[in-house]
Ligand binder design. Structure first.
Ligand code: G1P
Length: 270
């Protein structure tokens, strides 16, 4: 099972900072944001992390490639802790596929179809960091308890936020687990079936990947992952794990990125 990390976006909200540097490479305390997401994917038990990149964003690949010269120089200078950190990240088992055109999240995920080889797969959106790495194993446990069904993480959001997210309809089957009946991407508040918003962590069945092959543009003219999830409900069960918003750290806007830096810095040094 692979962990997919879509990373081909333009980083518009961070321009001009992201003109020459990918948004995913922006610093969060002591490492680029995407390093947390890759580490979460590796910790999940997935047998590989696949970054869905754009051809323009070489810096991401350089970050996860070995740099023996730098490691040797650091060791020569007695900076072994830095050398260890550089060596470790350069050896992470990360591979790449390319999204040639920014046609939406559903299209990005479909670009990794071959890498998933007909198996279930995780999708980790990089705008949210989960530094304790506990969310994917919790989702896997829900999936295992329901015959290998797809599981998505959702969180309650206030009314004025629902139109920013994918939103589920369904019913609770346990304290923190819902059975999903339908999903809608970025609904107006009056059309939102609940206030449970898709959070950016998914464990999906191979059938979702197949359905993405027929993905049509949806909200915003983009091929939406949410639409494929809604479509698969005609054939398969899906569950939602209700997570605590405090378990994830948003880095999707300048303001939330700054706040996440502050909180994680305090935690590390507090
Ligand atoms: C994407 C998904 C949306 C989800 C959100 C979580 O939207 O399409 O369903 O709720 O991520 O962050 P985006 O933020 O890319 O617009």
């Amino acid at each position: 099972m692979k962990a997919l990390i879509p990373a081909a976006g333009l980083g518009t909200r961070f321009l001009p900072a992201t003109k020459a540097q990918p948004k995913e490479m922006l610093l969060v305390v002591d490492r680029p944001a995407i390093q947390y997401v890759v580490e979460e994917g590796l910790a999940s038990g997935a047998d590989g992390v696949v970054i869905i990149n754009s051809r323009e964003k070489r810096a991401i690949e350089e970050h996860f490639s070995p740099n023996p010269e730098l490691v040797a120089l650091l060791r020569e200078r007695g900076k072994d802790a830095y050398a260890d950190a550089v060596e470790a990240v350069g050896n992470y088992p990360v591979s790449y596929v390319y999204q040639e055109e920014a046609l939406g999240l559903g299209h990005a995920v479909r670009c990794a179809a071959e890498a998933c080889a007909g198996e279930p797969f995780y999708v980790l959106l990089g705008d949210v960091l989960v530094p304790d790495n506990k969310m994917l194993p919790a989702m896997k446990a829900v999936s295992d308890a329901h015959g290998g069904a797809s599981v998505i993480a959702v969180m309650p959001v206030p009314d004025d936020q629902v139109s920013r997210f994918g939103v589920i309809a369904g019913a609770a089957v346990a304290d923190d687990v819902w059975k999903v009946d339908s999903l809608v991407e970025k609904p107006a508040l009056e059309d939102a079936p609940s206030n449970l918003a898709v959070f950016g962590r998914y464990l999906l069945s191979p059938r979702v990947m197949e359905l993405l092959a027929d993905g049509k543009p949806g909200v915003g003219g983009e091929i939406q992952l949410t639409d494929a999830l809604d479509a698969v409900l005609a054939e398969e069960e899906m569950y939602a794990l209700v997570v605590d918003p405090a378990d994830g750290f948003d880095t999707g806007t300048v303001e939330s990125w700054l706040e996440t830096n502050n909180i994680l810095f305090q935690r590390k040094n507090g």
